[in-house]
Design a protein around this ligand. Sequence first.
Ligand code: MGD
Ligand code: MGD
Ligand code: SF4
Ligand code: MO
Length: 732
Amino acid sequence: MGEDVEIRYRTCPLCEATCGLAIEVRGDDILRITGDEEDVFSRGYICPKAHGLKALHEDPDRLRTPLVRHAGELIPASWDDAFAEIDRRLSPIISAYGRDAVAVYLGNPNAHNLSSLLYGPLWLKALGTRNVYSASTVDQMPKQVAAAHMFGHLLSVPVPDLDRTQHLLLLGANPAVSNGSLMTAPDARGRIRRIRERGGKVVVVDPRRTRTAELADEHHFIRPGTDALLLFALVHTLVAEGLADPGPLADLCNGLEEVEALAREFPPEAVAERCGIPAGEIRRLARELAAAERAAVYARIGTTAQQFGTLASWLVDVLNVLTGNLDREGGAMFPLAAAGQPNARPQRGPAKGARPPRWHSRVRGLPETFGELPVACLAEEIETSGDGQVRALITVAGNPLVSTPNAGRLERAIRTLDFMVSIDVYVNETTRYADVVLPAPSPFARSHYDLALYQLAVRNVAHYSPPVVADDGVPEEWRTLLRLAGIFAGQGPDADVDALDDMVAAGLAQREASERVSAEELLRASEGLRGPERLLDMLLRAGPYGLSLEELRAAPHGIDLWPLKPRLPELLRTPSGKIELAPEPIVADVERLRRFLSDGPVHDGLLLIGRRDLRSNNSWMHNLPPLVKGRDRCTVWVHPHDAARLGLRDGGRARVRSRTGTLEAPVEVTDAIMPGVVSIPHGWGHDAPGVRLSVAAEHAGVNSNLLADEELLDPLSGNAVLNGIPVELEPA
Ligand SMILES: Nc1nc2c(c(=O)[nH]1)N[C@H]1C(S)=C(S)[C@@H](COP(=O)(O)OP(=O)(O)OC[C@H]3O[C@@H](n4cnc5c(=O)[nH]c(N)nc54)[C@H](O)[C@@H]3O)O[C@H]1N2
Ligand SMILES: Nc1nc2c(c(=O)[nH]1)N[C@H]1C(S)=C(S)[C@@H](COP(=O)(O)OP(=O)(O)OC[C@H]3O[C@@H](n4cnc5c(=O)[nH]c(N)nc54)[C@H](O)[C@@H]3O)O[C@H]1N2
Ligand code: SF4
Ligand SMILES: [Mo]
């Protein structure tokens, strides 16, 4: 290694796995990226996407200057001019039509970004709109609704204790590819493989034989959207065969008998045909789950972004309780993060638990959840005139025209907006419609700490990374967000960002103060810091381990805070102080499932599901040559029986039609997909005019969300149905 070459360590910000990277740099040039062998959590593991970070940092298409629309064209502008334009155009809309006239879409990378996590609440509050939308309602909202009802907080989501479990029942998740979700576990693949190496068992339920299924002892195809039936049948079997035994949890639960009564109507024999899994197999799965010494049920997006998302999410944890595995080593456990975890904050006054919706969407009357509305209703809120109509849109790190249902309708709606602002690193399918685009810095030019994901990690760890390169000429995102907040608050385009930051810090100190450490002490200890570093330092000091930023800085490979420990009942924030096994709104939704089972039409047509790829990340990173080379990955998978019936051939093309749209894609005929099910990955379709992604345009693919139907929702969470969309196929 040359003398001027040095290694800098940082956490990868791309997915939920939080892998440690070792980055060889010369000055501010990135030379090479490898896994950090000494990282306390990932121990050297990385996936191919980490290598994409160098390409991302160097990508000539990545934005470095704001763009402002003049005569229809996005033209480079100064930061001052860009903010002046936002003030000039947006402030009159707010004055004339009110705050709800401005909608916001917050995309996935916000969850991996310290600036957005810490400053998001302030700018949203300054804007004061009810039209807040995010990736949550195309993703995990059902999980959070279930957690809020059962455990009292939307972030009290149990995670499987992967490193100690002896039996993992995994539904609708493919961690061998996705690297885990609502389960932060670097090298999830290795961790799952080790379950079997130590004599445990892994069972996968998925309409596709995934890479995770290939690691498992058993894989069961399931008809999309029917997981709640299967899970109920598992509960039924446990109860009917006297295998339900919550152990010490029994005294901590309300509603045990009600759940048992509900499950009576879902015997395996009744659901088997709907699910496509024989009744005998369902009974065996239940018995083995109950018999396992330490077991965990874990389910992800295949079970959340579907018609019975909240019921399925709820039943997963009902099973964890009934088998005595909730909050026990090797079962499903609650992490204890070092900073910013609401369910670890000392409880002040009586716990509120899940609260009923505070408002409803204007057009369809869909309920708000945790301050946001279902993104599936954004288009109609723009289209429908009247009081409260959406006339302006702000997107931050999102690409809703690719990521959300009925993308065609949303595109037509977005074209009619009076004004649009985006903060992004690219001009993508969505941001091309913005009137002002503000760049965000390269991931290497910002610091990192996984405030959100450590609350969902299979091991308690804390890892802070300073920026890898000094500066790429783009202001840190928290400064951009605060400057926007200034405009929303009526302070004009040149608000004093540092004064706003002081205000945020003072507010956070108040909120985090406890008997152990006062607000004044927190502020004093973090003196000299500013921005996310000051806020993080205070959160760490107020947190359960009493750490500080200085301690984290001194540990470039992270600090190991040990395997998960039981946290019940301390963690519960339900008004009763108990686990609510039969929350009223969830129980009420069981009727819908009952009807689906008893008199819903048996849909024997094709159902569309999604698919993730190791070298892809939602709708972006397709502009990075190392991640897109090789064969076309945006294909439609069809089972050989269906292909024969429909006259489709491998390598040919299919026309895929749903209620909302039509597209054409190359066909892959494979028995890795269940008969009656087809799969297209989301996140593609990069050849639209105005998109500035020169590499991605050559690997464009198609936008699968043209097919997703914005009218299909999980009613309790407002989550879109992205798995199990009725479609028709024919040769193109
Ligand atoms: N059919 C179907 N649709 C799906 C899914 C599915 O399984 N099937 N999955 C859904 C899920 S789980 C999710 S999370 C969503 C994701 O969809 P989105 O919320 O739209 O997020 P991404 O596609 O990840 O787009 C992220 C955008 O953020 C930009 N970006 C990256 N880093 C930064 C940064 O640091 N700052 C800023 N300001 N911008 C940045 C990128 O350039 C990109 O334009 O898609 C959903 N859509
Ligand atoms: N490489 C890569 N990694 C990623 C992402 C990415 O785009 N690429 N995205 C990240 C994001 S934002 C998220 S939210 C996570 C998601 O993480 P995962 O939830 O692990 O995501 P998927 O790989 O889409 O796995 C979902 C599985 O559900 C199956 N499925 C579909 N419908 C059903 C159904 O009705 N029932 C059941 N039981 N299964 C069903 C699908 O076949 C698929 O295998 O991944 C993250 N990691
Ligand atoms: S698994 Fe996720 S966090 Fe780890 S290197 Fe890959 S993209 Fe980064
Ligand atoms: Mo996601």
